[in-house]
Design a protein around this ligand. Structure first.
Ligand SMILES: [Zn+2]
Length: 309
């Protein structure tokens, strides 16, 4: 599983050409202008204008709606220093890069929660002094409070999908962003702001989306960053997307000793008991090698897979 994955782990060489970068100079100018207007008491609402224009101009006008404007650029949690850093902000984009920082760090990423398993994951993280990143979905309203709990423990929250229904999410660009807005609302209700971190269902290299909308990933990998989000794929996999024994999850996850920065794909959905059972051994393996377990932030490497649809 992990071997197969490594072959797929191909950095996108064309990402530097994304529209966000092309518009950087103009955005910087507009941000300065907006800042000056705010200083003059004109109001912060104007600061959202560039992102809206960019979103419309970079995809043939098919996104001529107000999705970008709906995304709050200013955090609702003024007393939370992490909000200032992690809130989505079209004027403070995190650029794609796959350069590791030379330190031994594991970034555990848990997709498809919160669920009945999330508390178990948090307990293990706490036991080992480890932090992680949770890319959440909207399946289980009974456990939405775990999003806040995970965040309050020092973990990072990212957006995965509200429905995680490929047929729906990847039926069109509008459908994708409508779904993203829904999970953004769930997260915002829990932590007070919309985080900039996104993980595509199936990753950016998924081919299943082709069944529903040919070429949609090519479009989304530009439009998501243009709205101030950044998407994170992974450079290591626990293999737990498939049914996996505890030992298999451990074996898959512990195969990356030669990577300085490991962004490990895991799941904390209700069915992923073996992942929870494997977690202590995975953490012990890497801690013994001198790795730290940190939550993703804007300084973390940003792995992008090669788009295949
Ligand atoms: Zn998922």
């Amino acid at each position: 599983m992990s071997k197969h994955f490594k072959q797929d782990w191909t950095p996108r060489q064309d990402s530097k050409e994304n529209p966000a970068r092309r518009n950087q100079t103009r955005r910087a100018f507009l941000a300065l202008s907006a800042g000056a207007l705010v200083a003059l008491g004109v109001g912060a609402a104007l600061a959202q204008t560039p992102s809206k224009n960019d979103a419309a101009s970079t995809n043939g006008g098919t996104l001529g709606n107000d999705n970008a404007a709906k995304t709050p650029a200013a955090p609702d949690a003024p007393n939370d220093p992490r909000a200032a850093q992690l809130a989505v902000d079209p004027n403070a984009q995190t650029e794609w890069n796959y350069k590791n920082n030379g330190e031994k760090i594991v970034y555990l990423t848990f997709d498809d929660g919160p669920s009945k398993n999330t508390q178990r994951v948090l307990d293990i993280l706490d036991q080992y002094g480890a932090k992680a990143t949770f890319f959440v979905v909207g399946h289980d309203p009974d456990h939405y409070d775990m999003i806040k709990k995970a965040y309050d423990d020092g973990n990072t929250i990212g957006l995965h999908s509200f429905t995680h229904d490929y047929a729906q999410v990847y039926s069109s660009e509008d459908a994708y962003f409508n779904d993203l807005d829904q999970i953004a609302q769930v997260v915002s209700d829990q932590i007070g702001y919309v985080p900039y971190l996104v993980r595509f269902p199936g990753g950016s290299s998924n081919t299943i989306s082709e069944k529903y909308c040919s070429g949609i990933m090519d479009v989304l990998v530009n439009d998501v960053p243009a709205r101030g989000y950044q998407y994170y794929d992974w450079n290591a996999s626990s293999g737990d997307g498939a049914t996996c024994s505890t030992d298999q999850v451990i074996q898959n996850s512990c195969a990356y000793d030669n990577y300085p920065n490991i962004i490990l794909l895991c799941h904390d959905a209700a069915t992923k008991d073996t992942t929870v059972e494997a977690l202590p051994k995975i953490i012990e393996h890497y801690q013994a090698l001198g790795y730290q377990f940190q939550a993703i932030d804007r300084t973390t490497m940003v792995p992008h897979h090669k788009v295949a649809n």
